[in-house]
Design a binder for this molecule. Structure first.
Ligand SMILES: [Ca+2]
Length: 480
């Protein structure tokens, strides 16, 4: 648990830190929404850029956000699955190689870098044939660099994220996708012990059920970003993993395509995740997460969750109603209690039922005490292994519930509140720490310890100690 909390402290964004990737990378207009922590990878909207999923299945596309269809928006997705998280950490915490980062990039420099890297790849067991195929004709990709460097950062609230993540269109398309692939998904559920709706929801958030698998050449993008040097070690590792995948014969270099930051296929695996979790479900001898048939990708996603501890039959979380006089010091991910403990306090499901026993659980208040209250179970943290942003986990969980026929949240969100900007999150941490409520680190990431510091500050100020890091709270801190 300590490791998990540490992970959260390092990586999580609560209330949703969304790095909104700047528009203009993709030539065609692209509506994409996805809370991102760098590196940004486009999350597809529910409107496929292509009218249909190639070959496999037509999506009933539908924009439920009028006015956006012609607007290039780029991505919305809490990116940060484990390996991306490492990239974020190395980018935000470790010093980039200043010589490399500031040096002008050139085609000649790129070729020289490829030559040097090829030596390291040979030493790692990559064959000459694979290196030749992989690096033949690739170029320094300026668009990838621009995309990486010009990530305008916008912060979005959780509820704004959920509006798209579990929009009616994404729910409808998810039910259609599940119906179409039911046999495959049910067999995967049986073999891996991960519910079909959960796998479908991840598919829906990662690529809009296969509609946005990405068409950037992965070898070129990874080599470009490694050469660029801002996160050299991370992208070198991804590039090496990509070469290993080609070496293994799973995909040709030409067909190894994905998002500019390296996420590939139906469920947007990074190359290192592929090596760790990808499986050949359809038995053709190749682990193909890129092609029209999603079976390998869906099974790989189930494998990912299964290996990380998914408990079959356990909810990720459930909406609850807190009793009058609830002690908000009991909320937050640092408190773990049994369902009977919550039931004794008077916590109830929104329909009035008792909180079901599913092992240790926590009460989460992502929008403060006026917003939706959730009881979360161990499976919540398993989804975090895929991507630790709370927004993503709640998005996956809620979308899966909706696909399964569940209802929208009963509670309200504080829709009048805007999200804290990146600078404001740093400021909040600085001011809390200066006021004697240490956030342990000043990293702009509102994780469990920052939330705990908020809660202690609120308690000291006579406020409801719900841990909600709002603009109003920051204003109060500014007033001293
Ligand atoms: Ca296969």
């Amino acid at each position: 648990m300590q490791g998990r909390v540490t992970m959260k402290i390092l990586l999580t964004v609560i209330g949703v830190v969304l790095v909104w990737a700047g528009a203009g990378f993709a030539a065609p207009p692209e509506i994409s929404l996805r809370p991102v922590i760098r590196p940004a990878v486009a999350l597809p909207s529910e409107t496929p850029r292509r009218p249909v999923m190639r070959g496999a299945r037509a999506l009933s596309s539908g924009v439920d956000r009028p006015g956006l269809d012609a607007v290039a928006l780029a991505a919305f997705r809490p990116v940060m699955r484990g390996d991306l998280a490492l990239a974020a950490r190395s980018s935000d915490r470790a010093d980039p190689d200043p010589a490399r980062a500031d040096a002008p990039l050139s085609a000649a420099g790129f070729r020289a870098w490829i030559a040097a890297f090829s030596g390291r790849a040979r030493n790692a067991g990559i064959s000459e044939a694979t290196l030749t195929r992989a690096f033949d004709g690739i170029n320094l990709n300026q668009r990838v660099i621009e995309r990486d460097r010009n990530q305008a950062e916008f912060s979005r609230t959780l509820w704004t994220y959920l509006d798209s993540a579990a929009s009616s269109a994404r729910v409808t398309n998810g039910r259609a996708a599940l119906a179409e692939w039911r046999q495959t998904l049910m067999a995967i559920e049986r073999d891996y012990g991960v519910e079909a709706e959960i796998v479908t929801a991840i598919w829906g958030l990662e690529s809009a059920y296969g509609s946005f698998r990405g068409d950037v050449a992965i070898i070129e993008a990874m080599a470009t970003l490694a050469y660029d040097g801002r996160r050299q070690a991370f992208f070198e590792t991804q590039l090496m993993a990509a070469l290993q995948i080609i070496e293994a014969g799973d995909i040709s270099p030409e067909n190894m395509r994905g998002s500019w930051a390296g996420a590939m296929g139906h469920t947007q695996f990074m190359p290192t995740s592929f090596l760790e979790y990808a499986v050949d479900r359809d038995g053709d001898g190749r682990r193909d997460i890129w092609g029209d048939n999603p079976a390998d990708a869906l099974a790989s996603t189930a494998q990912y969750l299964s290996v990380n501890g998914w408990v079959y039959g356990q909810p990720w979380g459930l909406e609850v109603v807190l009793p009058d006089g609830f002690d908000y010091a009991q909320s937050g991910e640092l408190v773990h209690q049994s369902a009977s403990y919550w039931n004794e306090l008077g916590v109830r499901l929104t329909g009035g039922g008792r909180v079901p026993e599913n092992g240790p659980s926590s009460i989460l208040l992502p929008g403060g005490h006026d917003g939706v209250a959730l009881v979360i179970y161990e499976n919540f943290h398993v989804i975090e292994a895929y991507n630790p942003a709370d927004a993503y986990v709640i998005g996956v969980g809620h979308l899966s519930d909706r696909i399964a026929g569940g209802d929208v949240f009963d509670g309200a969100w504080p829709r009048g509140d805007r999200a804290l900007s990146n600078a404001e999150r740093f400021e909040l941490q600085r001011r809390l720490t200066a006021a004697g409520f240490s956030t342990q680190r000043i990293d702009g990431i509102v994780g469990p310890l920052t939330i705990q510091a908020v809660r202690e500050y609120q308690a000291a100020e006579g406020l409801v100690p719900d841990g909600y890091a709002s603009v109003g709270l920051l204003r109060r801190l500014r007033r001293g």
